[in-house]
Design a protein around this ligand. Structure first.
Ligand SMILES: Cc1cc2nc3c(=O)[nH]c(=O)nc-3n(C[C@H](O)[C@H](O)[C@H](O)COP(=O)(O)O)c2cc1C
Length: 314
């Protein structure tokens, strides 16, 4: 642990969701084994791996591939399904002293609502994140590339809970602001931006794609500039909407870049695979960064970037 200046206030709020610090771990990159090596209680929040209604086997192997400054994955939302998740994960998750955000993905709009309704019955869920943006399963990807579908799925999910609902968007669109706007129209309390960027790797000697599903999602530092640009675009167009920045964040400086661009909080994904304690080490490093900048409350940095969007994209 580093010495934290007493004056550093890392707390942030995303609408009605108050966090002790802005650092969450991203869906699908954190699970049962990681909570043995990471002090999960110190996080701003844990976002659980996406929960689907039925158990899923996921995509064919190989499912991950290292790329320059990043990785491709095509897991395909494997998991135990709703009942299996409640049996296997909930006993541990309900003991987490940080906020708990549940990520869901339905095969249909109605199934999103049903998943949220069923999980809403658990006693200490703090918020939901709608994974409408997984590039590795066709039903998820389709939703967040279409503003009308995005609005519908958020509306149905919001009707199933009084807890905050965040829509997780895909970077695989030309105009992310149009999709963010649609999510807000549907009642989203905030936006998580972004999921992975669709990519591909080829093993030319085998004349074959490197991953089993042919294409996969790019994450890690290679994604960061794209994610940062999209967060900035959303925050510029919708300044009152809380945005969670995701994509290639691996240092405290990365966190502050996203926050200055407008994000109220961030998620750490691939960086946890490089260093399982990345998220808590980043939390430890934030007070020193604030002190050096002469800022005592991290929230005072949110959206302070001087550049304004010259022309909102929609
Ligand atoms: C192996 C792996 C599995 C993932 N699984 C999920 C998932 O189940 N649900 C989801 O919404 N995002 C999932 N993601 C996307 C991450 O949550 C995050 O949006 C993305 O990796 C970008 O952040 P990063 O560059 O910090 O990793 C996954 C990413 C990786 C690398």
């Amino acid at each position: 642990m580093t010495g934290r200046p007493l004056s550093a206030d890392l707390s942030v709020t995303l609408g009605s969701l108050a966090l002790p610090n802005p650092v969450m771990v991203a869906s699908g990159t954190f699970g049962a084994l990681m909570d043995r090596v990471l002090d999960v209680h110190r996080l701003g929040a844990v976002v659980e791996k996406t929960i689907t209604m039925d158990p899923r086997k996921g995509n064919p192997h190989p499912r991950v591939w290292e790329t320059p400054s990043g990785m491709l994955n095509s897991i395909g939302l494997d998991g135990p399904g709703l009942e299996g998740w409640i049996k296997k994960r909930w006993p541990a998750v309900q003991e987490y002293r940080c906020k708990v955000i549940l990520s869901v993905s339905g095969r249909t709009v109605e199934e999103f609502g049903e998943l949220v309704r069923r999980l809403d019955q658990l006693p200490r869920v703090d918020a939901f994140e709608l994974n409408i943006s997984c590039p590795n399963v066709s039903h998820g990807m389709d939703l967040a590339t279409d503003p009308a579908m995005t609005e519908k799925v958020v509306r149905v999910s919001k009707a199933a809970t009084r807890r905050p609902v965040f829509a997780k968007l895909t970077p695989n669109v030309t105009d992310i602001v149009a999709v963010a706007r649609a999510a807000v129209e549907g009642g989203a309390d905030g936006i998580s931006a972004v999921n992975t960027l669709r990519g591909m790797a080829v093993d030319w000697r085998k004349r074959a794609p490197a991953i089993g599903a042919v294409t996969g999602g790019l994450s890690g530092p290679a994604l960061k500039p794209v994610a940062l640009r999209m967060v900035w675009e959303i925050c510029s167009a919708l300044p009152k909407v809380p945005v969670i920045g995701i994509g290639g964040i691996s240092t405290a400086d990365d966190v502050l870049e996203f926050m200055v661009a407008g994000a109220s909080a961030v998620q750490i994904g691939t960086a946890s695979f490089v260093n399982a304690q990345a998220a808590t080490q980043i939390i430890d490093a934030l007070p020193g960064k604030l002190e050096a900048a002469g800022v005592s409350r991290i929230r005072d940095l949110i959206g302070t970037i001087t550049a304004k969007a010259q022309k909102p994209s929609s």
